[in-house]
Design a protein around this ligand. Structure first.
Ligand code: MG
Length: 255
């Protein structure tokens, strides 16, 4: 069932999104060669808790951390552990959610660590543009398939591939709500977008083949062919007057 949000719920989600974007700006300063991921995880948790919010992922399906930190060939759900030290030239996808008074926002951003190769740069820019193009078509009256089509068309035009096994999702009083929002699809297909829907749109794009597998820790998802992967995500709110990005990084964050 699709949960359409009230004005009151919209305002709580907007606040969750604002705190989450500011948290992302806050930890962006720590993404540097030599930094270990446990420190970034701590910083994210403390920032949210210091702003009357809670990490959404901590404890969700028994996930043990605030952030997911996926480096290079890791796609999603990487653990932010001390042993994971960032190296010059890495890319790291940081995915996290924030809960404010019972309502969630969810976002991801893939950071370059120091100076990165031109092929990694192209993967990051392409995935970021996929998200932008997806949000541009996610308007009242459009279809879920329009979103996936926009992502797939652009990613594949650049020679990259779209992860099929994981999708975006509805979001609200739960982190994961209906509908699923695939990053592939056909224009004009699927459910119509309506005012009051909140969606987490999150292209996961691989440099090589689209296939992924889980590591024995049962969380970390990596590309099967070992190629790099990038992930950008925003929580958006669909309104008659236009679609609003609730996790916009340019809303007075610290970085
Ligand atoms: Mg998500």
């Amino acid at each position: 069932m699709i949960m359409l949000k009230s004005e009151y719920e919209y305002r709580l989600m907007k606040k969750a999104g604002e705190i989450l974007a500011k948290t992302m700006n806050h930890i962006a300063l720590l993404v540097q060669p030599g930094e270990t991921m446990d420190k970034i995880d701590d910083a994210a948790r403390l920032y949210m808790q210091g702003h009357q919010a809670m990490p959404s992922f901590l404890g969700l399906y028994q996930y043990p951390y605030t952030i997911c930190a996926s480096v290079n060939n890791e796609v999603i759900h990487g653990f932010p552990v001390k042993e994971k030290k960032l190296l010059e030239g890495d890319i790291v996808s940081i995915d996290m959610g924030c809960c404010f008074e019972g309502y969630h926002a969810d976002m991801a951003y893939t950071f370059p660590v120091g100076k990165i190769s031109s092929s990694r740069k192209k993967l990051l820019e392409t995935t970021k543009t996929c998200l932008k193009k997806a949000i541009a078509v996610a308007i009242c009256g459009a279809r879920i398939g329009d979103i996936g089509h926009a992502v797939q068309e652009f990613a594949e035009s650049k020679g990259f591939s779209v992860v099929r096994d994981y999708t975006g999702h509805g979001i609200g009083s739960s982190v994961h709500e209906e509908p699923q929002v695939p990053n592939f699809g056909e224009k004009g297909r699927g459910m119509a977008l309506r005012s009051g829907m909140a969606l987490a749109i999150e292209p996961m794009i691989n440099h090589g083949q689209p296939y992924v597998k889980s590591l024995p820790d049962r969380w970390t998802v990596v590309t099967k062919d070992g190629s790099d992967s990038a992930h950008f995500e925003h929580t958006v709110f669909i309104k008659e007057s236009g679609t609003e990005i609730l996790t916009d990084l340019n809303q007075g964050g610290s970085a």
